[in-house]
Design a protein around this ligand. Structure first.
Ligand SMILES: N[C@@H](CCC(=O)N[C@@H](CS)C(=O)NCC(=O)O)C(=O)O
Length: 204
């Protein structure tokens, strides 16, 4: 049985949880209380020495880094496929996973963390403004890639889209909603409306 060590507010945990729901993979959720710094207990550090969630555990096999976990789940539970068959489709999904982490997750983290967990008086507006500009630049690139298609890779719902869902959820916190380009807005609305997205909406 798979155990998924995660936190419901964690964007990286949410993408794994969504893939597991889409693939209907039986698993046990293990809540890691980040607020109580449970990720730093000796027991958790023995599993994941980087003290982060998510971590997947399956019969003594331990894996962390959400993108690696997503690819492992795809290989072990290929139906329904969330990666197109063949080297090119797989490489394109991999490319988008990396770009999501490099161009979206990093600046998104700067904004989401401050706006969700700190009072407004403590926000660092300079870092938020810089992160927001980086995200806007990335959204413009995604918008071109989404011209005339519903999804990022081969016009099919894949892990590439799933990786973005937790960040798209917070788009209104990160950029002026009126400035979100049309194709990204359409894509985001479709992704966020899926049952697996609705089931994993983070609380307040
Ligand atoms: N690259 C990692 C990032 C994981 C990550 O940063 N997780 C955050 C929560 S979203 C975390 O565990 N933070 C705990 C901490 O920094 O103490 C992945 O893809 O899994």
């Amino acid at each position: 049985m798979i155990r998924l060590h995660a936190h419901p507010f964690s964007t990286f945990s949410r993408r794994v949880k969504i893939a597991m729901l889409e693939k209907n993979i039986p698993h046990e959720d293990v809540f890691v209380d980040l607020a109580k710094r449970q990720q730093r207990t000796p027991e958790y550090l023995a599993l994941n020495p980087y003290a982060r969630v998510p971590t997947l555990e399956e019969d003594g096999f331990v894996l962390y880094e959400s993108s690696a976990i997503l690819m492992y789940l795809e290989d072990e539970h290929p139906e329904p496929a969330l990666v197109p068959a063949g080297a090119k489709g797989r490489a394109e999904v991999d490319m988008h996973l990396r770009l999501c982490d490099a161009q979206m997750a990093t600046p998104a983290g700067t904004i989401i963390f401050q706006k969700r967990f700190f009072p407004e008086a403590k926000w660092n507006l300079e870092s938020i403004g810089k992160a927001s500009a980086e995200i806007a630049k990335h959204l413009a690139i995604l918008d071109k890639q989404l011209e005339g298609v519903d999804f990022l890779v081969h016009d099919r719902y894949t892990l590439a889209d799933i990786a973005y869902i937790p960040f798209l959820h917070f788009l209104p916190l990160m950029v002026d909603p009126a400035s979100v380009p049309a194709n990204v807005a359409r894509w985001s609305a479709e992704l966020l409306a899926r049952p697996s997205s609705l089931e994993t909406v983070p609380g307040q």
